[in-house]
Design a protein around this ligand. Structure first.
Ligand code: ARG
Ligand code: ZN
Length: 882
């Protein structure tokens, strides 16, 4: 084992900065191979700090000169070690001028200032600003920025930065300039600049107060036909935040810029959001319904950060979920409101819970498990996780469940009243929620400090004579790294009781006089019993309605109970949930059978009858029916097993899909025909729901892999007028023996060669196809359109295979793991953040059979033994092996 590991940073070690920065003036002379950055900042000593020095961060910078209060500093006047520049001083007020030289064209990490397709972009969150200049690059240092950009007029006709454009003009030498001023103080991670050949769609929009704001979506020239949906989403976001939270856009200009090389989804830089093209560009030809929905959600997310993140930001990076959990919650609610119907809201909730179960639950049970507010990290980029984001959003949602919508809004108001313009902690948010509502939420803090997914075990008993019903809730939480024992959480458990006809019973519980049909039980002890009276018959309990807490709920339902809930529960989420429980039960049994060579897999009539009823129930929205008919993912089944057997899970799930296809063939055909959308394409919820259901029917029928299915898929492929239908048909063909398979894949490629986002889909679809093994992926990597340097492309092929094709990735010969190690190492030399993400694919290695475990461990070890490894990747593989 290597020992040169970077030290962990601890939350408990937080100290305030020695100096505050008041103003920052920056001048950029843009040049891909040598950009000169001149920074002048004014600083003021922070009396709360004992440190007698200015402390600045810097990475990969060529330091040209430093001047303190106008005087050039010599080497002996400061210390520069390990990315920290210390200038000893006690002065109260200081002017510091620093000049650095950077090489954006050599920056493949895509952090700091980099070049993508000839244009300049920045990404500063979390610690990228230090790759531009020396600076106290920490979120609690908030300053006012003025930015002068200078560059070649022809190569960089567009020069953008945060805030307002103050002045622009010609420099006479073929260059021009633009001067930008951001009226709001901000931490360095929100700094941004963009320069290059870009065009925009723009419009003005009237705000709640009557002010007008200029909205722009900037893209490369050929993409102006793909900006309308992002613009619509921005307009909707602006008005939603005004209506729901009374929060108005505080700038006169708001810009979104799309870039093809980007590490994450998007970034909320003040007034200048920078987006992965994937979350901006859409038209019916290139984007699926899911793409449209994702764009709306991400545009909303980044816009909502303007208040939850920018106006009120994080004191330190341990508080990351303060802005991310809250902002994900806000974008989830926005998306739900945009659909508008109750059923649509339920489908959105189901989608969000699926992400949580597929990605966050495994994270919370693995070697990288961490609390929503972590206590330590080596590399903060590794903590932009589903726990910080999605579990963080669940934690925020629980406040709303406990306090009600109005109570939650009151808490938000108080949060802004107290903290606007400041950098604060998760505890400050909780305090605002408590104080605004006069509620004690002290114990609720454990959702921030304890990792792991709590389990709630439920037992019930009915007394027919006394007409009472007892619900006993008992909680526990498995150990996680560094946290052996857990204290009880404060868990809101929303419940209802169904009578024999499937109707909600009025609930009589001490302390609730109004007899509601859904009650939020508050579980705070290890075990509590809730005593219901006037229960006139034995009920079927509907537990954890709308998934009121991010827990695993354990209750011994009979198959009949689940079928009953599927058919009757007034809580749409739990109707879906009942079906998932039933299917999971069958899939686990089938998996076990698949492991035994001599035990044949058998069909289950009861499950198929329940699914048939939902499939054909035209009173239910198509979008909802699609979620019911979609079986739990292989990774979700895997998490339910003591020892994961990817091949057996795959066999079981395919078997169940095929038997359902045989059993419900007529039904699927009918549903397929009944859910055609004609007329011009529209991504609205009703149309996309129909397409989802129709394409689900197609995918089941494709399991039959017969001539009828081939013809159906081919016909849909040939006549599709939108990418949703085209992709669904191509997926059906790609996973079949259809004679047109190869031709369709080839045609798709040549039709969309000029559309990088579509070529990503082409790679991804093949990476996840059933026949694709490592050798096939390696062949695809040799395709001229493949490039490991572009994160979207690397994700579309390598990540899709490692994370989205479990049965092939976990091939018994270990070829998948050897491939993984090779790619992690290759990526690490290019882009540590992307590499470290891929490194997470072996997180759960200890859950597999010993033979696979050994091969996974060897692959992890191979990466760990690599001489030059980033601290990003080293932290992930180190924690996996620990
Ligand atoms: N704050 C951004 C968002 O969630 C994510 C930026 C993360 N960037 C990174 N390099 N880790 O909207
Ligand atoms: Zn965010």
């Amino acid at each position: 084992m290597r020992t040169d590991t970077s030290p962990a940073i601890y939350r408990k070690d937080y100290t305030p900065p020695s100096y505050w920065v008041r103003t920052v003036e920056m001048g950029f002379d843009l040049d891909p191979s040598a950009t000169r950055v001149a920074t002048r900042m004014t600083l003021a000593r922070n009396p709360a700090s004992a440190e007698q020095a200015i402390v600045l961060h810097g990475e990969e910078l060529e330091l040209v000169q430093i001047r303190l209060n106008g005087k050039n500093l010599a080497k002996r006047d400061y210390k520069l070690v390990d990315g920290l520049l210390r200038i000893p001083t006690k002065a109260e007020e200081i002017t510091l001028e620093i000049e650095t030289l950077i090489r954006p064209d050599k920056n493949t990490s895509l952090m700091g200032l980099y070049v993508s397709n000839g244009n300049f972009f920045t990404q500063c969150e979390a610690e990228g600003f230090r790759k531009i200049t020396y600076f106290p690059d920490r979120p609690d240092v908030m300053a006012q920025y003025t930015v002068m950009l200078r560059g070649d007029k022809k190569k960089y006709p567009v020069l953008l930065s945060n805030g307002n454009l103050i002045e622009q003009g010609d420099l006479g030498d073929g260059r021009h300039y633009a001067l930008w001023e951001d009226p709001f103080k901000k931490p360095s991670y929100l700094f941004a600049l963009v320069a290059g050949q870009l065009v925009c769609q723009e419009q003005t929009e009237k705000l709640k107060s009557g002010r007008e704001a200029l909205l722009q979506v900037w893209v490369e020239e050929g993409n102006l036909d793909k900006t309308q949906h992002a613009m619509d989403s921005l307009v909707n976001s602006i008005h939603w935040d005004e209506e729901r939270y009374g929060l108005e856009l505080d700038l006169d200009r708001f810009m979104i810029v799309a870039v093809g090389d980007f590490n994450m989804g998007a970034m909320e830089n003040k007034g200048l959001n920078i987006f992965n093209t994937k979350f901006v560009l859409a038209n019916p030809r290139i984007a699926t319904d899911t793409d449209y929905a994702n764009i709306e959600a991400v545009v909303g997310h980044e816009y909502f950060h303007n208040w939850t993140g920018n106006r009120v930001t994080c004191r330190d990076w341990f508080q990351l979920s303060l802005k991310e959990g809250l902002t994900v919650f806000r974008d989830q609610e926005f998306s739900a409101d945009m659909i508008g119907t109750d059923s649509g809201r339920a489908v959105k909730r189901i989608d969000d819970v699926r992400v949580l179960r597929q990605a966050q639950f495994p994270e919370d049970a693995g070697p990288m498990a961490h609390p929503v507010r972590p206590d330590s990290f080596v590399e903060i980029s590794n903590f932009y996780t589903v726990t910080i984001y999605e579990k963080g959003a669940e934690v925020v949602r629980m406040y709303q469940t406990l306090l009600g919508r109005d109570g939650f809004c009151k808490g938000m108001d108080l949060y802004f009243e107290r903290h606007d313009g400041r950098a604060v902690e998760c505890d400050d948010f909780r305090a605002a929620m408590m104080d605004a509502n006069g509620r004690d939420l002290t114990q609720f803090e454990r959702w921030y400090s304890q990792a792991g997914t709590p389990r709630v075990k439920v037992t019930t008993s009915y007394d027919a004579d006394k007409q009472t019903y007892d619900i006993t809730l008992a909680q526990s939480c498995p150990p996680t790294p560094g946290q052996a024992k857990k204290q009880p959480f404060h868990i809101p458990v929303a419940i209802g009781l169904l009578d024999g006809k499937g109707r909600d019973m009025p609930l009589s519980l001490k302390g609730h006089s109004d007899q509601p049909t859904t009650l939020v039980l508050e579980l705070t002890a290890t075990q509590q019993t809730f005593h219901f009276t006037n229960v006139t018959e034995q009920p079927v309990p509907s537990l954890l309605r709308n998934f009121s807490a991010p827990v695993v709920l354990d209750y011994d339902y009979s198959d009949a109970d689940l079928a009953f809930l599927m058919a009757h529960d007034s809580d749409a989420f739990n109707r879906w949930e009942a079906g998932q429980r039933l299917a999971t039960r069958r899939l686990l049994a089938l998996t076990e059978a698949a492991q035994q060579a001599d035990s044949p897999l058998s069909v289950d009539v009861a499950l198929s009858a329940s699914l048939r009823a939902s499939l054909n129930d035209v009173a239910l929205d198509p979008a909802f029916r699609e979620t019911v008919l979609t079986l739990p993912a292989e990774t979700v089944i895997a998490e339910q097993m003591e020892v994961i057997d990817p091949q057996a899970i795959h066999t079981a799930r395919r078997f169940l899909r095929l038997s359902l296809a045989k059993d419900l063939r007529q039904d699927f055909s009918r549903v397929y025909a009944a859910n055609q959308t004609d007329g011009p394409y529209s991504p609205d919820a009703a149309s996309s729901g129909k397409r989802a259901l129709k394409n689900l029917a197609l995918s089941y029928l494709a399991e039959l892999d017969d001539a009828d299915a081939h013809t159906l898929a081919q016909a849909q492929y040939d006549s599709a007028n939108n990418m949703t239908d085209r992709m669904a048909a191509l997926a059906a063909l790609a996973n079949s023996q259809a004679p047109g398979r190869a031709a369709a894949l080839a045609k798709f490629y040549s039709d969309f060669e000029q559309e990088p986002l579509v070529i990503d889909k082409w790679f991804s679809l093949q990476a996840m196809a059933r026949t694709t093994d490592v050798a096939a992926v390696q062949t695809l990597m040799k395709h001229p359109a493949f490039s490991i340097k572009n994160p979207n492309r690397a994700r579309s092929l390598i990540f899709s295979f490692c994370n989205g094709n479990p049965s092939r990735f976990h091939a018994a010969d270990g070829s998948g793991y050897a491939f993984w190690a090779e790619q992690v190492i290759a990526l690490d030399a290019i882009n540590p953040q992307v590499a470290a993400r891929l490194a997470r694919s072996l997180d759960r290695w200890r859950k597999y059979a010993p033979a696979l475990q050994e091969k996974m461990r060897a692959a992890l070890q191979q990466v760990a033994d690599t001489a030059k490894l980033s601290k990003d990747t080293r932290e992930v593989v180190g924690k996996s092996l620990a």
